[in-house]
Write a protein that binds this ligand. Sequence first.
Ligand SMILES: [Zn+2]
Length: 270
Amino acid sequence: MLITVNGLVIRSYPSGNSDRIVHILTEDHGRLSVMVKGGASKRAGTTASCTQLFTYGNYELYRGRGGDLYWYRGGSVLTPFYELSADITSMALATYLCDVAADLIPEETEEADSGLLLKDLLNSLYVLSRRMKSPTLVKAVFELRAATLMGYCPDLSGCALCGSRTPESSYLDVMNGHLICSDCQTKRNRIRDVGFTDEELRGRNILCPVTSSVLSSMRFVSEAPPKKIFSFSMKDSEEERAMERVTETFLLNQLERDYDTLHFYRSVMI
Ligand SMILES: [Zn+2]
């Protein structure tokens, strides 16, 4: 079977002495594992540039009957994102974002979410490679979009207890995926102090502080069309970090996992 796909190389590792296996996130077929014969050899030429990590390209792939892997037959580069590999912070962040995408998109699905997440990932890599936004903001936006697209979207419409849509400050209840305004949280704490037992007492609730400004940015990002997800700005880097703390905590808790690539990104951010 021969297919032609547009996709982004999100993982790449050697196989044997001269071959390479790459994972390609595609528009229409989810994530594909592809054997690139000779892809790791020094004479790979065009094949190597087409199948390099972070390359968005057009690929001709085929698979024999009963085979698990697709085989690379040819391709052309659409957008290379070379700049990402020239900067350790950008490369580390791009690797983490690709890891999240690889985790969320199953192999060979025809679900539309695969194509939407690919669009968000391409936009994120574009903004990151051209330094149009800080890595912190790119990370926060992609984490929230990834959670939203895959059905983990938190309810950001207002306080889950009193319904206030514009709280001055609030908390995102990470495990339950909803907001609690500061006033309601203060009341809950008073009740708890006199002996009310709830999930907090069992240590299961994680509350992330959310200012009104961070909340409006998160609402914008979760509802924006793919081309507009970066069409906003925040007051300063401290506010960007505040949003990133919320999106990271939410995503990792919803997925119930951690990423080595995230730890590496943090280590190079210091
Ligand atoms: Zn409230």
